[in-house]
Every structure is written in structure tokens, then in C-alpha cells.
Design a protein around this ligand. Structure first.
Ligand code: C2O
Ligand code: CU
Ligand code: CU
Length: 975
């Protein structure tokens, strides 16, 4: 074995390019370890120690002689052409008298061997030789004897050194050694190594040296040879500017040979230019050398790299623009913050998103006062109903209603069958009827509108509205179709939190731009898209001036897929006071906080202690995708700059109690459901994300109103999915880690309750990789189809969105709007029906002979023939709702998935007739479909839904003059 400083050169010829160490053309040094060694013991010709850890040389107390042998394979370590300049042997004595004794090397004159003998203990006594070992009598035991016992060697010492103290290295060097090594190189057959002889005058003077088998590698015999290789070399400059050493005269050089003895240190090769991206908004690319590029502050793509279109990113100076505050939307009737009606039009506008960028075409919302993205903020108050006419008024540059999307539509995705820029608006966090929930299939093209009613039977919280069109939500949201909906109430107002100028909404979105300012988004679906710029309220990396006091930031992550882990650049503490569903029980101190897509966090930061003029950054450290693998991939650190102003702001202390939140009792849960989150292959898009391997059309959950359910999200993927459930607010119960063993989920730890900032009402929960997160929700008030999905909108579109159907039964005590205005099941009074009254819903089935009357007048009489108490004999006959047979009394009966009944709405069943096998085609309003888990319980007391999903052209739907048809009081029990 050998250790060469420059192995490539020792092997000779072409040296691999790049990063060469300083290198003369030929001088070099190698370190050669012994490839054989042994000890001769004079007392017995059968003793040896070939594989021992030690070598011995000297005279024992019993006057027995010891001689060591060493062999170095110099021919394998040096090029055959080498000229040996000098040679040094180093040995390491580890035992023996400290008396300095002369130890000399003698050239051995015949071949000898090292067998497998390996003496024990201190090895001084040797052991029985094996075949091929050198012994006192034998060069190769026991076939070939030495001519003279004790070894055949040149009596003239090659080199000698006095060895005294132990445990240090001793060196032997001489011109004779160099001559001998040169001789061995020239004729390797004459290389038999050296014999180590100690001039011991008296017994007991034995030196013990560590051998080549010693456990301590640094103490083994080593031969250092300094030589000239005898080969001329020179530097070769390749076209890419790299330098390599090649053999003279440079025949192997594919560039320009620099001549004999030229070196690569310093490199003689001129650096070639390559694409250099300059740090400017125009994304300019220039051909520069690496040095020139870095002097320009640019980023160098590599020698000879070409300036391709799209190579260079748009580089913007952070913190140039002031943070905009979204305007409060102006209603057409009523008053902002009270009962009101709005017309909100989705419009295509041009908006300057950064001072260095040309204006960008975006989609925003226009309340009649001008469009913006994010849209104007809808201010609302608990229990004060709001009506919004959501109009799709997207027009192209000519002013014509758009029939194609601004971005490329990927037709692989379910629901994205054409390029029409359909929209439908969801109030995220809104507890609203299914008809007004922005059901993804109810999307409509430009030129149409839907009128939605929001009763606001819920507590103060940060809601937001955004597009939810099936298959193209990610495109519509990326274009800008989102805005805030701030719901306030008296309880919150009484707390005296920072308000007015001290309350600042922050809508976080990430975007990537083309140099002309236009938005960049991939034409084909991807797992996720992350922009390289962070916008706050529609400006890239803005700054905001704050007073020297407490500021309430109402933060919404409205990005497509990016999570943010937010902190202040000075590490200051801030307080989390609210989450998706409103205030927490009390403020929670944090120095950083992760906000998943669609989550809202309400935080209070205190700037009272800062001097006026102090500048702080709001920064992000979340990897994209989140949580990443620890490499910090995809982090965009800048979010916003905060400049502390002169004015004293809100300095009152924060209340320590904000409200009480009654926990939903797990033991009362009626149903537990599992949702496995995973990625699977897809023929068209390559991959898709699923919940339980099912898609949007597969309905398997029928939660019953008035009951609570525990949902477990089991994330078998490496990304955190922000899982959102419509209709409800839930509480996070716990999270539990797991591993996949043989394809099965095996938990690896105890369930851990959520941290305090997640212990309030939530509608979106971070389901982390290889974790089970459990949430509990109570389903109330509204029957029908509601979405639940991952809110990374790329996942939502393909295909991580499903729907549940909230169901109710007459007489179960739970109100199921819009069909049941009240339901006196006598379980509780939450339905607001007076006790015993029966209200508008009774425990009855068509044909059971009991008369039940609905507001819609569905069953005027019921001839079940069980009794005659119904006072009629003709209106409703003994047929079950949902059996698909239209009978007298049932104007229609949508039980069969076939068209025979001529209607789809009048009489409804909760569970499908074709249980387990969804029928094909889109769902009609109120239609239930898919594999059901519940048997059809009964008829839903059913008038046809009053709000239809028929799209109306503008003006055809009379603008509701502040008439709210869901004018039903909010149940007192839930205040
Ligand atoms: Cu904010 Cu179904 O979404
Ligand atoms: Cu939602
Ligand atoms: Cu997801």
C-alpha cells in the first residue's frame, strides 16, 4: 500500500481537471508503508512473528539475538521513470531500555518472507513460524535457509541512527539509502529490503519497534521518498476556462496547451464569459465573466452559459412601497358593518404591485367603487345578515366578457373541461347554507351572477372570501380573487383591543413575475407552486409605519401553497390572540408562528419600547414545500418592513382573558371518521393528491345535524396539508406521530394536545407528515353538500377535495335549513320551535298516515291508510320518499338517479339508492349521490330549496332590496 501526495501524478500522465493543488511539473513525494516485516529469534530456528504488532532488534538478557526485517514495494509506488532524490525511513520504538544504541539498516541480499505467525503478549519470545516466515535459520521457513543464519545482508550499514527514548519517531536517511531505492526501482527483483541491526554490547538491550501490523497506524514503519517523476507536464486551458495538467507536449489537451512545466496555480486560463443575471426588475441577462458578474452584483450561470429567455429572475428591491390597506367595501343598501347588500364583481384590472415593476394584470373585486386585489374588505357584524351578489364580470382588454382564462387551463383536472374563466365564491369560515357556500360545481361564466346570503350567526372572526371554481381554483386565486370579510361583535368590541389605525390586516400571497410585470404560473398542473416574491395586501415586500404602541395584525395566508413561519427580525415576543374562528381564551406569547395556507392568525405586536425610527423586519423561515427536509429549501425570508413612528399608539394592556371556549366533548361524538391523505399516480397529470383515495364525486360522509364527529386526518405524505372543512368550526383534539410498517400505520408516540394558539376554533388545520391529527366538530343548521379539502389549492384542484352531505331527519331536534325552519324533536331547544308546537316539522313520513305540514306546503295530507286522522285521502300516498316513484303528493322524487320523476329537488333522500356506486354526471342542486353509509332515514321534510342555483344574467335576478330570506333568529344557545 502507498500513500501518495499526488496519486494522479504517481499514476502519471493526464491529471483530472479543476482545483489542482500547487503542482510542479515533476517533483513529488510519496509515503510508502511496509508490505512485509518480521523478526529473527536466534535461540530457535523455528521462531518468528510475521503478523505481530512489533519488531525486535538487539540482545536479550539471556543473550539471545533479535533482528528485524523490513520490505517496501517501491516499484509500485513510483513511476518507473522516477529519479530518487532522497529517502527517509521512520520507525517508532515503543519499548526497551532508554540507553541510546546505534541502530543500523543493512541491505538484505535474498528474498525472505512473512507468514502468519503472530506472537502473544509483548511478543518478545516470538512464536512458531508458519510456512513462508523468515526465521533465524530460514529466509522462507522451512523451505529455504539463509546462507548465514541470522540473515544474508550487506555488512556495510546503509544508514544508522541512535535510538534512545521510546514513543517518538526516529529517522534513517542517507545517500546510500536513496541509491539502494533507486536500484530497487530500476530492478525490482533485487529489492529484498533492509535488516535492522542494533549494536548491543550487553544483554537486555533490545529495541521494540511498532510493526506494519500495529494498531496505531501513525506508528507503523514508513518510507518517505522524494523523487522526480521524469515525465514532463504542462497546463491545459479548456474552452470553459478550467485548467488541467496533461503530459507534454499536450496531445491530450482539448483546449490550449500552455507549454512544458506550466502550471495551473495560478491558472493561466482566461475565464470565459457566461450568462449573468443582473439584479434588476427587468430580469436582464448579460454575458460576463464570473468576476465581472459578481462585481455587478449579478448571479453567474456558469462559463459559456447562454442567455436564454426566462433564465433570469425579476429582482425587486424590498421595502420600497408602502403597505396598502384594503378599502372597506361599500354596500348598495344598508351600511358597512351592519345589515347590508353588496354587489361584488370579479374584474380584470391592472395594478402596480411594486414600484420597480410595470403594472400587472390581476383579477380583483369591484364593489362599484373600483376594483382591487385583494378585493375590498367586507365588514360585517354578528347576526346582521349580509347579501352579496357575486358577479362574474371578467373582461378582456377589448372590454368583451372573457371566454378564455388569462392563465393556461390544464384540462386534465376534474371540472376543468374548457378554458372559460368560471368563478364561484366561497366565504371561508362562513356558517352558511349549502346554496350560498360556493359549491365548486356551481361555478358560472362571465356575464352571470349568484346572490348569496350570509346570516352571520357566528362570533367575531377573520373570514375571507375567495374563488372555489372546480378544477381552476388555483388559477383564479392566483389571479387575485380573494378578499377579507371581518366579522365583529359586541363581546370583542368590549375588550378594547387595538382598533382603527391600530388594527392592520395583512393578506400574504406569493407570486412570480415575468419581466413585463405579468404573473407567471405554470401551464400544466404541478404539485404546488411557490412564488419568489411575497405580497402583503397586494404589494411586494412593502413597509408599514406603526405607532409606538400595540398593533393588532389580522394575518391571512391567502397563498396558493406557501406556508409562513413569521417572526420579528429582533426576535421580539408578540401575542397571538385569535385564530380561524375568532379569539382565543387568552393571549399566547410567541416569537415565531407558522401560518398554513388559508389559516388566519390574529396577533398583537407591541412597539411601545422602540425608539421612533426603529426599523424591524417581519420575516419568514418556512421551507416551501412545508415543512421540507431541514435544508431550508424555497424560503423567501422577507415579508415586510415595520418602521416605528413618533406617535404613541395603543398602550393599554392586553386583557388576559379574551373569552371562554367550551371544549367539544369527544365522548359525545356520534361518529369517528378517518381520512388518509396521500399522493397517487395519475395518467394525465402524473400525480394527484387524494383523501381516502377518492375524488370529488365520491360521497361517503353524511354527518347528521345536531351531532358532533371526530375526524382523523392521517397524513401519509411528506408535506403538511392544511385541511379545511366547510360549514363548521372545529377544535383540534391532538396529534400523534406514526410510521408506515409493511404498508400499515403504526403510531410511534402518544397523542399530543394542540399548543395554546391552536386551542381555539379552527376551520383549517395543519396535518403534518406522518402524523394523525384529530379534530372534533359539531354539524349544525344547514343540510346539503359541503366541501372539505386541502387548502393548498394545487392539491385542492387535483384532487384533494371531497364533499360531505349534512343531513337531518324530521323530529331529530336539529334544524336542517333551508327545509326545516324548526324541528321539535324535543331533544333540546336549539331549533327555536316552541315546545310541543311541532313547528313546521313533525315526525312523519310520507304515507305514514300522519299529516305533516311544511312551510312549503309539501304534505297537505297523507293517506297512509294507517289512520284517517290526516283528514284527506289523496294528497300523499304510501310511497317512500326517494324511491324514485312520483306519486300524488310528491311533486317529484329524486331517488333513482334517472330522469323519470322529472325533478331533482322536491323530495330528497340522504343516502343514495345506488349505495356505493355514484351515478355519473354532475350533481344537481340538493342531489345526494355516491356510496352512502347511512340508510335513507326518512324523507327530509322537503320543500324545493328556495335559493336555486340557476345562474341569472345580470339584472335578471332582482337585486334583493335588503330582504333576507334566511331571517331566522340565531339559536340563543350558541351565543
Ligand atoms: Cu377557503 Cu373550501 O375554502
Ligand atoms: Cu371554507
Ligand atoms: Cu395538500
Amino acid at each position: 500500500m502507498r500513500i501518495a501526495k499526488h496519486p494522479a501524478l504517481a499514476l502519471a500522465l493526464v491529471v483530472t481537471p479543476v482545483a489542482l493543488a500547487p503542482l510542479a511539473a515533476s517533483a513529488d513525494t510519496v509515503f510508502v508503508t511496509a508490505s512485509r516485516d518480521n523478526t529473527l529469534y536466534s535461540e530457535d530456528g523455528s521462531l518468528s512473528n510475521g503478523r505481530g504488532e512489533y519488531l525486535f532488534s538487539g540482545l536479550t538478557a539471556a543473550l539471545d539475538d533479535r533482528r528485524a526485517l523490513l520490505f517496501f514495494d517501491v516499484a509500485s509506488a513510483l513511476p518507473p521513470t522516477a529519479t530518487v532524490n532522497s529517502v527517509t525511513l521512520k520507525l517508532f520504538p515503543s519499548r526497551g531500555s532508554p540507553t541510546p544504541l546505534n541502530v543500523s539498516l543493512h541491505r538484505v541480499t535474498r528474498a525472505w518472507g512473512e507468514g502468519f505467525s503472530n506472537a502473544s503478549a509483548n511478543e518478545g519470545a516470538g512464536t512458531t513460524a508458519t510456512t513462508g516466515d523468515a526465521t533465524w535459520t530460514h529466509a522462507l521457513y522451512d523451505a529455504e535457509a539463509w546462507t548465514s543464519p541470522g540473515g544474508d545482508f550487506d555488512a556495510t550499514p546503509t544508514a544508522s541512527t541512535a535510538v534512545g527514548a521510546i514513543n517518538v519517531h526516529y529517522a534513517w536517511t542517507s545517500s546510500q539509502m536513496a541509491a539502494e531505492v533507486q536500484g530497487w526501482l530500476n530492478d525490482p527483483t533485487q529489492n529484498f529490503g533492509w535488516l535492522v541491526l542494533t549494536e548491543a554490547d550487553a544483554g537486555g538491550e533490545v529495541k521494540r519497534f511498532n510493526s506494519r501490523n500495529n494498531a496505531l497506524a501513525t506508528t507503523r514503519p514508513i518510507l518517505e521518498i522524494d523523487f522526480d517523476s521524469g515525465i514532463d507536464t504542462g497546463a491545459c486551458c479548456a474552452l470553459d476556462g478550467s485548467c488541467s495538467i496533461v503530459e507534454d507536449p499536450g496531445g491530450a489537451c482539448t483546449g490550449v496547451y500552455q507549454g512544458t512545466d506550466s502550471t495551473c496555480t495560478p491558472s493561466p486560463c482566461p475565464p470565459p464569459p457566461g450568462a449573468c443575471c443582473l439584479p434588476v426588475a427587468a430580469a436582464t441577462c448579460a454575458l460576463e465573466t464570473e468576476a465581472d458578474c459578481s462585481a455587478l452584483g449579478g448571479s453567474f450561470s456558469g462559463p459559456l452559459a447562454a442567455c436564454e429567455p426566462g433564465l433570469c429572475p425579476v429582482v425587486l428591491t424590498p421595502f420600497l412601497d408602502e403597505l396598502p390597506l384594503p378599502r372597506v367595501a361599500v354596500p348598495v343598501t344598508g351600511q358597512a358593518g351592519q345589515s347590508a347588500a353588496y354587489v361584488m364583481s370579479a374584474v380584470e384590472i391592472s395594478q402596480q404591485l411594486h414600484a420597480e415593476l410595470p403594472p400587472t394584470t390581476v383579477w380583483g373585486w369591484d364593489d362599484g367603487q373600483g376594483g382591487s386585489a385583494p378585493g375590498p374588505t367586507l365588514e360585517a357584524r354578528s347576526d346582521a345578515p349580509v347579501t352579496v351578489t357575486w358577479r362574474n364580470d371578467l373582461r378582456d382588454a377589448t372590454g368583451a366578457l372573457r371566454d378564455t382564462h388569462y392563465l393556461e387551463v390544464d384540462h386534465c383536472l376534474h371540472g376543468a373541461m374548457d378554458n372559460v374563466p368560471r368563478t364561484v365564491v366561497h366565504l371561508h369560515g362562513g356558517h352558511v347554507a349549502a346554496e350560498y357556500d360556493g359549491y365548486p360545481d356551481h361555478n358560472y361564466p362571465p356575464g352571470e351572477e349568484l346572490v348569496y346570503q350570509y346570516p352571520n350567526w357566528q362570533d367575531a372572526s377573520t373570514l375571507w372570501y375567495h374563488d372555489h371554481a372546480l378544477g381552476i381554483t388555483r388559477l383564479n386565486v392566483y389571479m387575485g380573487l380573494a378578499g377579507l370579510y371581518l366579522l365583529r361583535d359586541d363581546d370583542e368590541a368590549a375588550l378594547g383591543l387595538p382598533s382603527g389605525a391600530d388594527e392592520i390586516p395583512l393578506v400574504l400571497q406569493d407570486r412570480t413575475f415575468h419581466p413585463d410585470g405579468s404573473l407567471s404560473y405554470p401551464a400544466e398542473w404541478r404539485d404546488h407552486f411557490f412564488g419568489d416574491k411575497v405580497l402583503v395586501n397586494g404589494k411586494v415586500w412593502p413597509y408599514v409605519e406603526v405607532p409606538r404602541g400595540k398593533v393588532r395584525f389580522r394575518i391571512l395566508n391567502a397563498s396558493n401553497a406557501r406556508f409562513y413561519t413569521l417572526s420579528l427580525s429582533d426576535g421580539a415576543t408578540f401575542w397571538v390572540i385569535g385564530s380561524d374562528g375568532g379569539l382565543l381564551e387568552g393571549p399566547v406569547a410567541h416569537t415565531e408562528l407558522t401560518v398554513g395556507v388559508a389559516e388566519r392568525v390574529d396577533v398583537v405586536m407591541d412597539f411601545e419600547q422602540y425608539a421612533a425610527g426603529t426599523e424591524l423586519l417581519l420575516v419568514n423561515s418556512a421551507a416551501a414545500p412545508f415543512p421540507g427536509n431541514g435544508s431550508g429549501m424555497g424560503v423567501v425570508p422577507d415579508v415586510m418592513k415595520i418602521v416605528v413612528g413618533e406617535d404613541a399608539g395603543h398602550t393599554a394592556p392586553l386583557p388576559t382573558t379574551l373569552r371562554t371556549i367550551a371544549p367539544l366533548e369527544e365522548s359525545f361524538a356520534a361518529t369517528h371518521r378517518d381520512f388518509v391523505l396521500a399522493r397517487e399516480d395519475d395518467e394525465c397529470t402524473g400525480a394527484r393528491w387524494t383523501i381516502n383515495g377518492l375524488g370529488w364525486m365520491d360521497i361517503t360522509e353524511y354527518p347528521r345535524l345536531g351531532t358532533s364527529e371526530v375526524w382523523r386526518f392521517i397524513n401519509r405524505s411528506g408535506h403538511t396539508h392544511p385541511m379545511h372543512i366547510h360549514l363548521v368550526f372545529f377544535q383540534v383534539l391532538d396529534r400523534q406521530p406514526f410510521e408506515i410498517v409493511d404498508g400499515e400505520v403504526v403510531t410511534t408516540g402518544e397523542p399530543v394536545p394542540p399548543p395554546p394558539h391552536e386551542a381555539g376554533w379552527k376551520d383549517t388545520v395543519q396535518a403534518h407528515p406522518f402524523e394523525i391529527v384529530r379534530v372534533i366538530a359539531r354539524f349544525e343548521d344547514f343540510v346539503g353538500n359541503f366541501a372539505y379539502h386541502c387548502h393548498m389549492v394545487e392539491h385542492e384542484d387535483n384532487d384533494m377535495m371531497r364533499q360531505f352531505v349534512a343531513v337531518t331527519t324530521c323530529g331529530d331536534g336539529a334544524r336542517g335549513l333551508p327545509d326545516e325552519e324548526c324541528d321539535d324533536g324535543n331533544r333540546d331547544n336549539r331549533d327555536t320551535c316552541p315546545d310541543g308546537d311541532g313547528g313546521t316539522c313533525q315526525t312523519a313520513t310520507c304515507g305514514d298516515g300522519l299529516l305533516w305540514t311544511l312551510a312549503g306546503g309539501a304534505e297537505q295530507c297523507d293517506d297512509g291508510n294507517a289512520m284517517d286522522g290526516d283528514g284527506c285521502d289523496s294528497n300523499c300516498t304510501a310511497t317512500a320518499c326517494g324511491n324514485g316513484v312520483v306519486t300524488e303528493g310528491e311533486e317529484c322524487d329524486d331517488g333513482n338517479g334517472a330522469a323519470g320523476d322529472g325533478c331533482d329537488a322536491f323530495c330528497l333522500v340522504e343516502a343514495p339508492v345506488d349505495a356505493g356506486a355514484p351515478d355519473s354526471g354532475p350533481l344537481d342542486a340538493g342531489e345526494r349521490d355516491g356510496g352512502g353509509e347511512l340508510p335513507p332515514p326518512d324523507c327530509v321534510c322537503g320543500a324545493a330549496p328556495s335559493a336555486t342555483t340557476t345562474m341569472a344574467p345580470f339584472g335578471a335576478a332582482l337585486l334583493p332590496l335588503f330582504v333576507v330570506t334566511l331571517a331566522i333568529r340565531r339559536p340563543a344557545a350558541r351565543r
